[in-house]
Design a protein around this ligand. Structure first.
Ligand code: ZN
Length: 631
């Protein structure tokens, strides 16, 4: 309870209504922003802002450090058409020569409000995060940071903003913002802080559907979907049941809710970037068009909504102190992302299974894939896990090639293994009386149900809360897994859970689903990932393929004399067990061809979990639903 007394009183940044924002603008009047989405199908968003000011030099800022993206990813390069006027006169603006997200304006005497017009060019490719492709002919997402400017020197939580949006005729929308009035195409929203506005995107589209989830639960939860076509919105009843259960299971796990309502904003489109971005009262979840209809796609994305929903507690409500950037210009410190993202990765998978989105077997498959990937990660020899979190802002934007040598944002998958280790260790030490659920109820349920607010934490807060649940030397436990350059992945959670990692000669269901989208997976046999056209996506350092001279980007033209297909590659790998001659491939690299021999006799190899019958099945306990599923 020490945390509650100190943190809630002194450190919490509270989203609140305009009454407390009088100091945020000179007159206490809110900034207004109106976004016109009628050109969204042409990849143009138009914005008009009014910004209360005082005469003299004013610096307007554009959000640079984007919450949840953990990096300075504000898409300033796509801000266009910036014109600032006051009392009908156009004012000159000058961009800061150091900070590309700052504009200096001399405000004439007598002027109290700036009129600002800007456009956002929604032309980015369908990659990356919220700045990636966000519109199509029939849908569009408004991430308010893409059009907002605000005066320097204020904290976003103290700047009131009144927003409105105009949509193409016939489009509907979903958002955590509260509508106050509307015309046929324009909706006005209640005034919120700039912090809450940027945390509350608006998903809109022609083919739109809202489903109220777990209607017996308060606050209310909604699945808001904008899709490429109307058929994409017809979810199977069992899918809706699983999402209903997700709302209930999260409530049971966290023993609290920190929002007034929650909206899953799901874009179902092949035209937009695919990712998930958490918000306090909503999440921006962008997946392939048929994700809710095709079992393979839903399997691969099964933990996306649970992951982003978990962030409402772990990431939004409880947030590493170093990740606060109250003005979107203060750099973020990513060193605790192994909690923010790693624990979320663990709990997201657990919730997906407790909810019935995944079966227990599918969870085992995902866990085996994660454990094997981290276990055969040559970059472990030069870089510890902590460094992947500390350097996260460089890793999110790095390419996937030679990723196993670089190490990427490994604090997600390896964080999952570490937090499973924490959970099973608590269960063992307490003889099954306590678990990580007790930690979540304490750490994320702090203060009970609250409005959206941020309660920051440090490494020591994590350790003290773990100790309150189960006394142990958690600091040493965590430091050993974060700071040491361990040659192998931390397998304690899987072993305490009653399983061990093995390799089989056949892929599991999850790997098959992934192969049907991404191409052949020969990672644990030859050391290759190959796209559907035969292009090498990556090579595992130290593998047979590495020693044979393969590199990412090379194209496999033929396998044992036959034109490349994934099936021919798999057949050839399988036959290595009985063949007496090396596998032979013809490979093209930047216009040059050569023949490569691979000395390999191991056959196909895919990770799997095998039950160790002499130990209790703790994984089974962890994955058991805590609420009674309701149809
Ligand atoms: Zn996340």
């Amino acid at each position: 309870m020490r945390l509650k007394a100190t943190l809630l009183a002194s450190l919490a940044f509270i989203f609140s209504c305009t009454a407390s924002h009088a100091q945020g603008t000179p007159t206490g009047q809110p900034i207004t922003v109106s976004v016109d989405m009628t050109d969204a199908p042409r990849k143009l968003l138009h914005a008009h802002l009014t910004i209360p000011v005082q005469p003299g030099e004013v610096t307007l800022l554009y959000p640079k450090w984007i919450p949840g993206e953990h990096e300075p990813s504000g898409p300033i390069e796509n801000l266009a058409g910036l014109v600032i006027t006051a009392n009908g006169q156009t004012l000159t603006w000058v961009r800061d020569s150091i900070n590309m997200c700052a504009f200096h304006v001399q405000v004439p005497a007598g002027v109290t409000v700036l009129d600002v017009h800007d456009d956002f060019l929604a032309t980015a490719a369908a990659t990356g995060f919220s700045a990636g492709a966000s519109t199509s002919d029939n849908l569009g997402m408004i991430s308010w940071n893409e059009v907002m400017l605000y005066p320097q020197g204020k904290v976003a939580a103290d700047i009131p903003v009144t927003a409105s949006v105009t949509l193409p005729a016939g489009w509907q929308y979903g958002t955590a913002l509260t509508p106050t009035s509307h015309t046929a195409t324009t909706t006005n929203f209640a005034t919120v802080s700039l912090e809450q506005l940027i945390d509350s995107p608006v998903l809109s589209g022609r083919y739109f559907k809202e489903i109220a989830l777990a209607p017996e639960v308060t606050p209310k939860h909604y699945l808001d979907m904008a899709a490429a076509g109307p058929e994409d919105l017809e979810l199977r009843p069992e899918t809706v049941t699983a999402f209903n259960n997700l709302v209930r299971e999260a409530g049971a796990l966290y023993a609290s809710r920190h929002y007034t309502s929650y909206h899953f904003l799901v874009t179902l489109s092949d035209q937009v970037a695919h990712f998930g971005l958490e918000h306090h009262q909503s999440s921006d979840d962008r997946v392939r068009e048929k994700t809710f209809l095709q079992p393979d796609l839903l399997l691969l994305e099964g933990d996306l909504l649970p992951h982003e929903f978990t962030h409402s507690w772990n990431g939004k409500y409880r947030r590493p102190a170093g990740l606060l950037s109250p003005d979107y210009q203060t750099p973020m410190k990513d060193d605790l992302l192994w909690v923010y993202e790693g624990l979320t990765e663990y709990l997201g998978g657990v919730l997906a299974t407790r909810s019935g989105i995944w079966t227990q077997e599918q969870y085992h498959e995902e866990l085996a894939d994660v454990a094997a990937m981290m276990d055969q990660r040559p970059g472990r020899t030069w870089r510890n896990l902590q460094d992947t979190a500390t350097a996260a802002q460089t890793l999110y934007v790095s390419s996937n090639q030679w990723d196993n040598w670089r190490r990427s944002v490994d604090f997600y998958p390896e964080g999952e293994l570490i937090w499973l280790d924490v959970d099973t260790t608590i269960r063992q030490l307490s003889q099954g009386k306590r678990s990580i659920d007790d930690f979540c109820a304490r750490f994320h349920g702090l203060g009970g149900n609250t409005a959206p607010m941020v309660v920051p934490y440090t490494f020591d807060d994590v350790v003290s809360n773990l100790n309150a649940v189960q006394p142990y030397d958690w600091a040493s436990f965590l430091h050993a897994r974060l700071d040491d350059k361990l040659p192998n992945a931390p397998m304690g959670g899987i072993e305490h859970g009653g399983y061990k990692l093995i390799y089989l000669d056949r892929p599991n269901q999850m790997t098959q689903a992934s192969e049907s989208l991404n191409g052949a997976n020969a990672w644990y046999s030859l050391g290759l990932l190959v796209d559907p056209k035969g292009k090498v996506r990556d090579v595992r350092v130290g593998s047979v393929a590495d020693k044979a001279g393969f590199g990412p980007g090379m194209k496999i033209v033929a396998v044992n004399g036959r034109a490349y297909t994934a099936d021919i590659l798999h057949d050839a790998i399988r036959d290595t067990k009985s063949s007496t001659t090396p596998m032979q491939m013809i490979v093209e690299n930047t216009g040059y061809f050569r023949v490569v021999n691979l000395n390999y006799q191991g056959g196909e190899r895919y990770p799997a979990l095998e039950r160790v019958s002499s130990t209790p099945d703790l994984l089974d306990e962890i994955l058991t639903p805590r609420t009674q599923p309701t149809k």
